[in-house]
Design a protein around this ligand. Structure first.
Ligand SMILES: [Zn+2]
Length: 363
C-alpha cells in the first residue's frame, strides 16, 4: 500500500491546447498539478533518496517559475512557506507553471544541517556535474530537471549559523526585470547582492533565469513574520508576472528601498554579547547597538554603529569570539524613508501577531 507520501498521479482537471508539462517521466496536463520525486544519489546504506517537487501547470501559457527552499538543509522557513503557498491557493486561471521544491538539500534537511553529508555547501556547488561529489551531483540534478525548464525563480533562505535576518530580498538590481520582481515582492529592504561563485543565483543569471533570493528568520526555527511575508511576497511576484490575476495596481503600502551595499559589524573582543536593538531598527553612526563583557564582569565595552542604516541581520548567540559577526547593516545615507517602510511592512504582516513574532518560535 502506498504511504501518505507516495506520489499521486497527475489529475486532469481541464483540457486545453497547451502542451502537457513533462518531468521525470510524468506528463502533467494543463490545469492540473502533480507531485514527482526526483531520484537522488544514495548514501552508504543505499537508502533510496528523493527530492519532492510539486508542479502546478496552468491552463494558459506564461512564465515557468520555481520556488525552492532548504538549499541549506537547516533553513526551514521556506519549507513552511511552500507548504502554505500550495495548500492555500487553488491557482485556478494560472498562466504558466509553478514548480515548488520544498527541500532541495534533502540530505541536510534530514540531518538538521546546512551542508551535505560530505561537508559541502550546495549553494557553492552549482551548476554541478553528474560525475562530481554528492553536492555536485545534487546541484546538477536541480539544474537539469528544474532550472533548465524555468524562466523565473525565487529561492528561500534564512540566516545561517545562529544568525537571524529581517525579511529582505537579495537580487541583481542591474537587471530591470529582476528589480521589478524584487519591488513587487515587497520587503522594505532590497539588497543589490554580488553573485557568489557556485551559487544557484550565479548559474540562474548565466542562463537568463530571473531570480530573487528571499532571506528571512533563522535556521531550524519557524518565524511567523518571515513565513507570512514570504507566502504573500511570492503571490505578489506571481501577480506582477501576470501568472495570477492582478488585484490592484500597487499592492504595497510602501516603496521597498534598495541598498547598494551592506556590512557585518564584527566583535573587536571575545566574550559575552548582549544586543540592545531589534531587527529592522534604524541605526545612526555612533549609536550603541549592544555591549560585550568578559565572564567575570571586570571588562565591558560598547558596540557602536560605524555608519547609518537598518539592521537586517543579527547573531543570536551571546557567546562570541573576536571577529564574529554581530550585526548586519544595510547601508542607507538617509534611513528615514526605509524606517517608515519597515513600520509599514510590520503593520501589513504583523496583523494578529505581535512584535515578539519577529523572534523564532513555533508556528
Ligand atoms: Zn541559506
Amino acid at each position: 500500500m502506498p504511504g501518505p507520501t507516495a506520489p499521486k498521479p497527475a489529475e486532469r482537471v481541464s483540457m486545453g491546447k497547451r502542451q502537457p508539462f513533462e518531468i521525470n517521466g510524468v506528463s502533467i496536463a494543463p490545469g492540473s498539478r502533480a507531485t514527482v520525486r526526483l531520484e537522488l544519489p544514495h548514501q552508504s546504506a543505499m537508502t533510496p533518496m528523493t527530492m519532492p517537487v510539486q508542479i502546478i501547470h496552468g491552463t494558459r501559457d506564461g512564465p515557468v517559475m520555481f520556488v525552492s527552499a532548504a538549499i541549506h538543509g537547516d533553513e526551514i522557513n521556506g519549507v513552511e512557506i511552500i507548504r502554505q503557498l500550495v495548500k492555500a491557493r487553488r491557482f485556478r486561471g494560472l498562466k504558466g507553471t509553478l514548480i515548488t521544491v520544498p527541500t532541495v538539500n534533502v540530505y541536510g534537511f534530514i540531518n538538521h544541517s546546512r551542508y551535505l553529508p560530505d561537508g559541502r555547501d550546495l549553494n557553492r556547488s552549482f551548476p554541478g556535474s553528474p560525475r562530481g561529489s554528492l553536492a555536485s551531483r545534487l546541484a546538477y540534478r536541480f539544474c537539469s530537471e528544474i532550472l533548465s525548464r524555468c524562466t523565473h525563480g525565487i529561492d528561500l533562505h534564512t540566516g545561517g549559523g545562529h544568525r537571524t535576518n529581517h525579511p529582505h530580498i537579495r537580487a541583481n538590481l542591474d537587471d530591470p526585470e529582476i528589480e521589478a520582481m524584487a519591488q513587487a515582492f515587497g520587503t522594505p529592504v532590497i539588497i543589490n547582492a554580488n553573485l557568489k561563485d557556485g551559487s544557484l543565483r550565479q548559474v540562474a543569471t548565466e542562463r537568463g533565469v530571473r531570480m530573487l533570493l528571499y532571506e528571512a528568520g533563522s535556521a531550524l526555527r519557524f518565524n511567523r513574520l518571515a513565513v507570512r511575508a514570504g507566502v504573500r511576497g511570492i503571490l505578489k511576484v506571481m501577480r506582477h508576472l501576470r501568472m495570477l490575476h492582478k488585484i490592484k495596481s500597487s499592492e504595497n503600502d510602501f516603496s521597498p528601498l534598495e541598498a547598494r551595499s551592506s556590512s557585518w559589524l564584527r566583535a573587536d573582543v571575545g566574550g559575552i554579547f548582549r544586543s540592545s536593538v531589534p531587527l529592522g531598527q534604524r541605526v545612526k553612526k555612533g549609536q550603541v547597538l549592544g555591549e560585550m563583557s568578559d565572564l567575570v564582569g571586570e571588562y565591558k565595552s560598547e558596540i557602536r554603529a560605524t555608519f547609518d542604516g537598518i539592521v537586517i541581520g543579527r547573531t543570536q548567540l551571546p557567546v562570541v569570539n573576536e571577529g564574529d559577526a554581530l550585526f548586519h547593516i544595510a547601508r542607507f545615507s538617509d534611513p528615514t524613508e526605509v524606517e517608515a517602510a519597515v513600520e509599514a511592512f510590520h503593520e501589513e504582516h504583523l496583523e494578529g501577531l505581535n512584535k515578539g513574532d519577529l523572534e523564532p518560535q513555533p508556528l
